[in-house]
Design a protein around this ligand. Structure first.
Ligand SMILES: Cc1ncc(COP(=O)(O)O)c(C=O)c1O
Length: 438
């Protein structure tokens, strides 16, 4: 441990919302992160939901090593061989007619590029996004994000309408309880139609609203939304930052839902921990965009090194059968969490799919009042006990843990994580009752 270095981090870094810097981290391997005191911490968030193969998977390390030898970066107008290989491989994975991709760096960027394409092709600019959505922090992506962090940054890109999200546990229109009948969509679209200025472009949505609380829309939701988009001449954009490439036990949410969007974006789970994202569409839409002069020329578009990592991710997911594994280990984890739910009234709901799960903490199951204090205390306690968990704490949206370990996590690691969670909940509830907050 280097106290001076810790102090330097506190003194010289801009705080971007990451919390106090009380320690530094030195390595990450598989599902384990090590801090500067040599403590091992189980990583149940796969880093920032990106390390689906586990941290520093040998295939990624090899791809980076060979990529660094061959070419790290090139002129953006040159298409490196690894980019062509990744595009070909990705096309084999994609549901038809999606077949073309452009490789960028982050999820925000992939959505920026998608919205830019939808606007150019349709000639419109109006966008519909869901409440609780998160598409990133750049201009258009931030304008279409409603989970948090909207205040204080000045006017957003105009033309975005938010519609209520299908959050059956906390229905935003106070209509349903536990079973969403999609009235939220009807109301939202009605509002949009009233406000529409005659230039509709796109509906953008996460198939599972992750930052919004791991909300799984009801069966048929996206089929209807796609029909509604078509009716208005809008493109449907699926933001599959978290759902693509196996995490939910399917290649994509699109393949599971049987709904192929006009544009798909993928990011976090593509790069194996490296910044790699893609905006994907069909031949037809790509041609229309090209004819209208579509450009998205950035410094790192089509970079060769991250493309090799992406290729390694797709090959490893296939080779290690990780899609089936996500379902199987996800089921194992879910069973354990359901046992905890029987033990603790505070676990109001467990939701999600595969290895993208959410746990909603409440003061009691009838009122469903979010248990923000318990969320805070237990997340801190989990970390002290060696488990990193991501919690979203918002009075209006609840206290929801997002659990997304690497798809390579072992049963023993799941057991260990659940044991810590159990202890943290028990001790957290004790602390809350001592504080008299419950
Ligand atoms: C669904 C979704 N889309 C987009 C983004 C933004 O991605 P990035 O942080 O890589 O810009 C995120 C990040 O959390 C996300 O969860």
């Amino acid at each position: 441990m280097d106290e001076e270095l810790r102090a330097a981090a506190r003194e010289h870094l801009i705080r971007y919302g990451q919390g106090d810097i009380d320690r530094l981290y030195v390595s990450a391997k598989g599902a384990t992160v090590r801090d500067d005191e040599g403590r091992e911490i189980l990583d149940f968030t796969s880093g920032q939901m990106c390390a689906t193969l586990g941290h520093s998977h040998p295939a990624i390390v090899k791809a980076i090593q060979s990529g660094a030898e061959d070419a790290i970066h090139m002129f953006s107008g040159m298409i490196p061989e690894p980019v062509a290989k990744l595009a070909k491989k990705l096309a084999e994975w994609l549901p038809k007619p999606l077949s073309r991709a452009m490789f960028v760096n982050t999820g925000s960027e992939s959505n920026e590029a998608a919205l830019r394409m939808a606007k150019l092709v349709t000639g419109g600019y109006e966008v519909i996004a869901l409440g609780g959505s998160w598409h990133g922090v750049t201009g258009q992506a931030a304008a279409a994000s409603f989970a948090s962090d909207r205040r204080g940054y000045g006017p957003k890109v105009p033309g975005v309408t938010v519609i209520p999200e299908p959050y059956a546990y906390r229905c935003p229109i106070g209509h349903c309880r536990d079973a969403c009948d999609m009235s939220c969509m009807k109301v939202g679209l009605k509002m949009f139609d009233m406000a529409c200025e005659g230039a509709p472009a796109a509906i953008i949505a996460e198939p599972i609203l992750s930052a919004g609380g791991v909300i799984v829309p009801p069966k048929g939701y996206f089929k209807t939304l796609h029909e509604q988009a078509k009716k208005r001449g809008m493109m449907l954009i699926f933001d599959e930052a978290q759902t693509a490439f196996g995490r939910i036990g399917h290649k994509f949410a699109a393949t599971q839902l049987g709904v192929t969007p006009d544009i798909m974006t993928v990011s976090k789970t593509l790069g194996g921990g490296l910044p790699l994202a893609a905006t994907i569409t069909s031949d037809d839409i790509e041609q229309q965009a090209h004819d209208k002069g579509y450009s998205y020329y950035t410094s790192h578009v089509s970079d060769p090194l991250p493309a090799l990592a992406g290729l390694a991710v797709l090959e490893t997911v296939e080779k290690e059968n990780l899609i089936a594994r996500a379902s199987e280990i996800g089921g194992y984890l879910r069973d354990h969490l359901e046992s905890l739910q029987q033990k603790y009234e505070a676990i109001g709901e467990i939701r999600g799919q595969g290895l993208l799960l959410g746990i909603e903490l409440v003061k009691d199951r009838e009122s469903r009042e979010p248990h923000l204090e318990l969320g805070q205390i237990t997340t801190r306690r989990c970390m002290e006990l060696g488990l990193s968990m991501n919690i979203k704490l918002r009075p209006e949206r609840g206290a929801v843990w997002r659990i997304a370990p690497p798809l390579t996590v072992t049963r023993a690691e799941i057991d260990q994580g659940v044991e810590i969670l159990d202890r943290a909940l028990r001790e957290g509830l004790d602390e809350v009752s001592k504080n008299g907050v419950a």
